[in-house]
Design a protein around this ligand. Sequence first.
Ligand code: HEC
Ligand code: HEC
Ligand code: HEC
Ligand code: HEC
Ligand code: HEC
Ligand code: HEC
Length: 348
Amino acid sequence: MGYNSPKGGLIKRYLSGFKSFRLSAFMVIMIATLSPAMICAGDNDECLDCHTNPEKLKVTEKTEIDPITGEIEVIPLVIDEAAFKKSAHGGEDFYCVDCHSELEDADLSEGHKPNLKPVDCITFCHDDPAEEFLKSSHVKLMKEKNKDVPTCKDCHTGVRYEDSGIVVKSPMNVPRADDPSHRRFTIESCGSCHEDYFSSYRNNAHGQVTALGHTTTDVPVCFDCHGKHTILNSSDPESKVGKEKILETCGECHANAHESFVMHVEHPQIKNIGYYRNLLAAIKNARNDPENLKNMLKNPQTILCVVFVMYIGILAFTFSSFGLHSLLTWFATVRDECGRKGHDEEHH
Ligand code: HEC
Ligand code: HEC
Ligand code: HEC
Ligand code: HEC
Ligand code: HEC
Ligand code: HEC
């Protein structure tokens, strides 16, 4: 009987099956004895025991100099346990050492070594969003324009509460997607680079509502319309605000959105000189590139700009004729007054 005969293989498989059965039975018994609560609590307790207790910590904060910006950063060492528990990673199945992996298996009786490495969000847990994000045309464009690409922690930062009641940002307490403070921070984060689009958003129905503090999921912030890690120009067929998908995007909230509803201009360019320049350039270049001019004229943005210019024109005309009229009336009065004075003097 050869070693690899079916019969022998079968026996071996039975045996190995039995072995793995024994192993799993052993594991089940182990896990049942060490209840999950004991494993979790045991693990985080040691860290929390020190990091929620200023007396044990001895130092409650440390300062670090950012190697890139040179800014001095104050790092609190006392953890806001309640804020962490509410955060995306605050559930039962997360351990401190999942993220602060340098301390895995470390002896903590005397504390631990200083200056731990920054937490790596990507390698072990979130390589998918990283790939999506880092390969997106958004990041490509940022690099081309020599802009610092925001990191995971820039956009996914949460908050902690100081004893004094002050709320400070904290990259550890990663907020959940529907957390209103996260939604607000993302507006600020996108807005810090896209100032024009931020201010036009603010001048609009949606941006005004969020400015009042309503940043719940029923009012759109930048990423509800543009997407999160794969942000594309609106002319891209895959863009959430492109022709093909915009009905679906607006339709998530405006149940009866239709073709003309989505013509609504989210980012009016009426005060953007650049837009007028492009328009003029397109008109000048009409012979060589009529398609471009056609597209620009069809864009509701252009209609808005023309209406705006007309409006300003009418205002300017009204006020200047008003002013001219007043000025002339004033001259006439002065002339009449002088005339009368001269007349009176003649009489005396
Ligand atoms: C005996 C007290 C003690 C225990 C237990 C303890 N720490 Fe610390 N931890 C400290 C002190 C003190 C510092 C400040 C050290 C320094 O100067 O960087 C610190 C700093 C830190 C920092 C900030 C480091 C930096 O450079 O920004 C992190 C993160 C941290 N601890 C995580 C943990 C985790 C996770 C555990 C559990 C596995 C833990 N600590 C257990 C006392 C403790
Ligand atoms: C989901 C990942 C994650 C988990 C889980 C986590 N941390 Fe952190 N922690 C971070 C990040 C990110 C920072 C910011 C510093 C950095 O980027 O490395 C941080 C910072 C800290 C700091 C420095 C203070 C600060 O706010 O910057 C301490 C102390 C700390 N963590 C302790 C803990 C302890 C104790 C636990 C367990 C209760 C824990 N961490 C669990 C991600 C995590
Ligand atoms: C320019 C801002 C921005 C950057 C940078 C960013 N994200 Fe996000 N991310 C978002 C937004 C907005 C959402 C959607 C809201 C949410 O789920 O929190 C999101 C969602 C997520 C989610 C939830 C699951 C999902 O895909 O919907 C994960 C996980 C995530 N991001 C991880 C990362 C990681 C890891 C990085 C770093 C490589 C990163 N993000 C960089 C803005 C950003
Ligand atoms: C660190 C700066 C930075 C941040 C943060 C940032 N962007 Fe950008 N974004 C850029 C740059 C640079 C470009 C390249 C084109 C440009 O200059 O407008 C770009 C391009 C875009 C485009 C496409 C424009 C085009 O011309 O194709 C959109 C849409 C966009 N960003 C939306 C967002 C949204 C939404 C967020 C927040 C989730 C965000 N951006 C966060 C810098 C940033
Ligand atoms: C209600 C949906 C909506 C919201 C919210 C929104 N945008 Fe837009 N955004 C659009 C649409 C639609 C366009 C394309 C038409 C246009 O230019 O007005 C656009 C265009 C842009 C562009 C030009 C590039 C392109 O793709 O044409 C940038 C950059 C941009 N938005 C950034 C932002 C930023 C930053 C925020 C948040 C401060 C934001 N947007 C909020 C719908 C939205
Ligand atoms: C996340 C939900 C959401 C999305 C997505 C959304 N909106 Fe809105 N929209 C609102 C809310 C909330 C208001 C303000 C409520 C109000 O004033 O009735 C509003 C108001 C408006 C208004 C002002 C008119 C009015 O009824 O007061 C227009 C126009 C509008 N949205 C167009 C759009 C367009 C176009 C899109 C897609 C590019 C879009 N919205 C996407 C929630 C949304």
